[in-house]
Design a protein around this ligand. Structure first.
Ligand code: NDP
Ligand code: BG6
Length: 519
């Protein structure tokens, strides 16, 4: 997707072609760049809109990836002008001096309309506004992006359905998590959406599905004969899927406390990665073939219990600076004495022929020692040892961020006269191998997918309900019994009990591996 330095038109048509091919038949739609398109951000005055939605639209527009005939609408309660909106977004747009002209063009295509979320009349007026940008005859497509709190979700979608559907052309709607708080609320939301829209119209975003390395999992697994035969319980000892963040709630404690780390990261982002790592090979790359396999593997996981997890909550580090010396409970937006976990390690078993007995260890947390998201596949010990126990287990590591990389940790003879052995790696670090490629942001890919009508990287409602089935009993149990998470210090590796559970789950940490960075 490195289009900025190449021939934009050529890259554009290639990208569109590759994106739309898998499910064109399913939806009967084409990405025709010359048709009128309107992109409507609902909740345009909010945080997500200014930090993610508008910057993403700008980057896609800057790179000529959007339809030629497009305009953008913002809708929210706040009365403001496009210029006010522009000021709010500006610091997140990353505009380079040479892009100024293009940036002006972008804002010229923007409009803003203030209205209430529960007023049908206001949505009727919005519809009239949108129609002004569409020809009376022919096709015009509408894409609604819901950057809204869950509290107004239902009323807005009803109003959209009643007043704002495209008359000729497609209507698609993009929804952001949270998709409910447990199995019951999620099902209610899914039923509500299903009563208004067809599944092909709904794009549920899990932005981890837009990350380069998460998208690469399918290719790595099914495009390499070297991996497929060993991708199972006969060779693999355990799989560790991690998402660590080095900062706390940063004043977002009020929101976070209602959800906790399991709902915020594990039930969605980590489970999506797990299903791509563990699923069987789909019949084709058609989005529904892939999503069928993801659902199938989730069905083989039984609901978690308290014995399967370690929960933690960060406390301030007295020696830390700034945010680091404040604990979760010191955040004034967090209710006093809250037991909401900010760290979770969970061990899942997939009860099928491929994976039975292989622990899938999911781990995520705030205020930890580093920023890192990765999948670590640890292979078994070599049987019939002839090297006096010196061999260490192989690991295949897929680093999602920061610094995308795939590396295999392996044993080699120490180079030179000696017959000793040492740990080394086969290293595919993207920053070295693909120096001139600039990887797009996850949101850029996903929003472009919505234009192209490709649901491959979006969450289907049955995937969602399976993921909630696995976590709901645990969530209810911790909340009902008011389970106290284990305190861990801001900037540490998390609770020691978590490392203990990793060890018990057939993952060996040697502490001997040294990586020498090459430039
Ligand atoms: P390590 O052997 O250092 O770590 C392996 C695993 O052990 C990690 O999952 C780590 O998890 C875990 N671990 C660390 N401490 C403990 C502990 N006390 N108890 C239990 N588990 C523990 O190997 P790495 O693969 O992490 O490599 C080391 C460094 O080299 C990394 O920064 C890596 O990114 C870099 N590297 C980069 C390459 C590249 O870019 N191509 C190639 C090879 C290495 P945890 O996340 O908890 O720390
Ligand atoms: C979001 C969570 O979904 O993902 C945040 O709500 C989290 O709490 C974020 O920080 C992590 O995303 P990324 O892309 O920065 O790894």
């Amino acid at each position: 997707m490195a289009v900025r330095n190449g021939n934009a038109e050529e890259s554009l048509s290639l990208i569109r072609k590759s994106l739309r091919s898998p499910n064109m038949d399913l939806q009967g739609t084409h990405f025709d760049g010359n048709l009128p398109h309107v992109f409507i951000t609902l909740g345009a005055s909010g945080d997500l809109a200014k930090k993610k939605t508008y910057p993403t639209l700008w980057w896609l527009f800057r790179d000529c990836l959007l339809p030629n005939n497009i305009c953008f609408y913002g809708y929210a309660r706040t009365k403001m002008s496009v210029n006010d909106l522009r000021q709010k977004c500006h610091q997140y747009m990353k505009v380079k001096p040479e892009e100024k002209e293009r940036y002006e063009e972008f804002w010229k295509l923007n409009h803003y309309f203030a209205g209430n979320y529960d007023s049908r009349k206001d949505f009727e007026l919005l519809n009239q506004e949108l129609s002004r940008h569409e020809p009376n005859t022919g096709v015009a497509n509408r894409l609604f992006y819901l950057a809204l709190p869950p509290s107004v979700f239902e009323v807005v979608t009803v109003n959209l359905k009643n007043t704002c559907f495209a008359k000729r052309g497609w209507t698609r709607i993009v929804v952001e998590k949270p998709f409910g708080k447990d199995a019951q609320t999620s099902e209610a939301l899914s039923n509500h959406l299903a009563s208004l829209f067809k599944e092909e119209q709904i794009y549920r975003i899990d932005h981890y599905l837009g990350k380069e390395m998460v998208q690469n999992l399918m290719t790595l697994r099914f495009g390499n004969r070297i991996f497929s035969p060993t991708w199972n319980r006969d060779f693999i000892s355990s799989i560790l899927i991690t998402c660590k963040e080095p900062f706390g709630t940063q004043g977002r404690g009020g929101y976070f406390d209602e959800f906790g780390i399991i709902r915020d990261v594990m039930q969605n982002h980590l489970m999506q990665i797990l299903s791509l790592v563990a699923m069987e090979k789909p019949a084709s790359c058609h989005p529904d073939d892939i999503r069928n396999e993801k659902v199938k593997v989730l069905k083989c996981i039984r609901p978690l219990t308290l014995d399967d997890v370690v929960l933690g909550q960060y406390i301030g580090n007295p020696d830390g600076e700034g945010e680091a010396n404040t604990g979760y409970l010191d955040d004034p937006t967090v209710p006093k004495g809250s037991n909401t976990p900010t760290y979770c390690l969970a061990v899942l078993n997939i009860n099928n022929e491929r994976w039975d007995g292989v622990p899938f260890i999911l781990r995520c947390g705030k205020a930890l020692n580093e920023r890192k998201a990765e999948v670590r596949i640890q292979y078994q010990d070599v049987p019939g040892d002839i090297f006096d126990g010196k061999t260490k287990r192989n690991e295949l590591v897929i680093r999602v961020q920061p610094g995308e990389a795939v590396y295999i940790k392996m044993m080699t003879k120490t180079p030179g006269m000696t017959f000793d052995m040492e740990e080394t790696e086969l290293d595919l670090t993207y920053g070295n191998r693909y120096k001139s490629v600039s990887l797009p942001d996850a949101y850029e890919r996903l929003i472009l997918d919505v234009f192209c009508g490709s649901q491959m990287h979006f969450v289907r409602s049955d995937e969602l309900s399976e993921a909630w089935r696995i976590f709901t009993p645990l969530l209810h149990m911790t909340e009902k019994q008011n389970i106290k998470p284990i305190p861990y210090v801001y900037g540490s590796r998390g609770p020691q009990e978590a490392d203990e559970l990793i060890r018990k789950s057939n993952f060996k940490y040697y502490g001997s591996y040294k990586w020498i960075k090459h430039h």
